[in-house]
Design a protein around this ligand. Structure first.
Ligand SMILES: NC(=O)c1ccc[n+]([C@@H]2O[C@H](COP(=O)([O-])OP(=O)(O)OC[C@H]3O[C@@H](n4cnc5c(N)ncnc54)[C@H](OP(=O)(O)O)[C@@H]3O)[C@@H](O)[C@H]2O)c1
Length: 345
């Protein structure tokens, strides 16, 4: 059996990718800080504890060699160089990157969203050939670009497929955007506010579709960069309505033209004035990729998982500390929301 090592195997994308590879005949080692495994993995997958920042520990896991390394957590340029140093002992690599690498024609991207006139206006849909922020050591996007460039530049030395994910969703997500609606529904909030008329579109990327891309790229190594997103790209209002439908609740939505009318009011994790929609035709052409799920089809397991997680741990800041850190507790500032609703009568 061909050997695969998945760094970050116990995360949301990792769990799905480890399962997809193992079911496809790979002998998979799923490495993570905790060494956790997943009950849905077939027997061919084993879990080990690893801190990938320990070069010697990673090299020891690679041992005499593996056919494939999948890297979910390449955030720093040193991570790309660490993989490059293993070229010769690794057959090929698949590395998860982000749509945050893209910038618009005026140099605006995800990092400039908080600045005056900083909201990017991307082409719809956005191909992989679209311009990116400059590679660099500082900032999420520039670092991802540097990793992408250095690894794909290795060519035959280490054929690397880079997958640019967008709004990732699925069970075991640590920053689950869907929590925005699920928690409101569980808390009995029946009126919601959506800025930008509820039309914001931030392309979802199901962990199941990302895992399928990993599986296909593993079978057909190459140096390439591919977008990774779902076949559908619903608006935030459609996402809210789909979650309501799954949870059996009826809500009223107050649509606001333009941005949030008060701090955090109507400001969801998808809210942006202009769409972020990825072009998935290159993955189809390069790998024969066909999505295994739509956003709507993937949503029930996410909603069920979130609901179960909040039943176990009702304090969302404890259940999802990374979410609270990334989006701040203001996303559930019901008092602010009520005050704004009351102010409009
Ligand atoms: N979330 C999004 O919407 C989004 C959007 C675009 C791109 N991405 C990209 O997606 C990737 C993250 O994937 P994910 O969402 O599946 O991650 P995740 O759910 O946060 O899981 C991360 C996994 O990596 C493991 N890990 C963290 N640090 C490690 C280390 N130093 N050594 C070994 N393992 C380590 C964790 O171990 P434990 O399980 O033990 O903690 C966990 O298994 C990143 O490359 C990110 O840029 C995410």
């Amino acid at each position: 059996m061909k050997k695969a090592l998945v760094i970050g195997g116990a995360g949301q994308i990792g769990r799905a990718a480890v399962g997809a590879l193992a079911r496809d005949g790979w002998d998979v080692t799923a490495a993570s800080l905790s060494g956790r495994s997943d009950p849905h993995w077939p027997g061919e997958a084993r879990a080990v504890a690893l801190d990938r920042d320990d070069d010697a520990a990673l090299a020891a896991l690679v041992g005499d060699g593996v056919d494939l390394v999948v890297d979910m957590v390449a955030f720093e340029p040193r991570h790309g160089r660490q993989l490059a140093a293993l070229a010769g002992r690794v057959g090929s690599a698949v590395v998860i990157s982000s749509c945050s690498v893209y910038e618009d024609e005026k140099g605006r991207g995800f990092a400039t969203q908080g600045e005056p006139d900083g909201m990017p206006v991307y082409p719809v849909p956005m191909p992989e050939s679209w311009r990116t922020v400059a590679a660099g050591d500082e900032g999420y996007g520039p670092r991802k670009v540097l990793i992408e460039q250095e690894l794909t530049g290795l060519g035959e030395r280490l054929p690397t497929t880079v997958i640019r994910a967008a709004a990732v969703h699925g069970p075991h997500c640590r920053t689950p955007r869907e929590l925005y609606f699920v928690k409101r529904n569980l808390d009995g909030r029946r009126t919601r506010v959506l800025s930008y008329g509820g039309t914001s579109r931030f392309h979802p990327s199901s962990v199941r579709n990302l895992a399928e891309l990993v599986r296909l790229a593993a079978a057909r190594p190459g140096s390439r960069i591919l977008n990774g997103a779902d076949p559908d790209c619903p608006t935030v209002a459609e996402i809210g309505a789909a979650i309501d439908g799954l949870m059996g609740v009826e809500t009223e939505t107050v649509l606001v033209d333009g941005g949030p009318p008060a701090p955090m009011v109507g400001d969801t994790p998808w809210s942006m004035p202009n769409p972020v929609e990825m072009d998935m035709s290159a993955a189809r052409a390069e790998l024969g990729y066909e999505p295994v799920t739509t956003y709507a089809q993937a949503l029930p397991e996410t909603v069920e998982w979130l609901t179960a997680r909040l039943r176990e741990e009702p304090d969302w800041t404890v259940a999802f500390p990374k979410m609270a850190a990334s989006y701040t507790t203001g996303i559930f500032d019901y008092a602010g929301e009520d005050a704004w609703l009351a102010s409009r009568g």
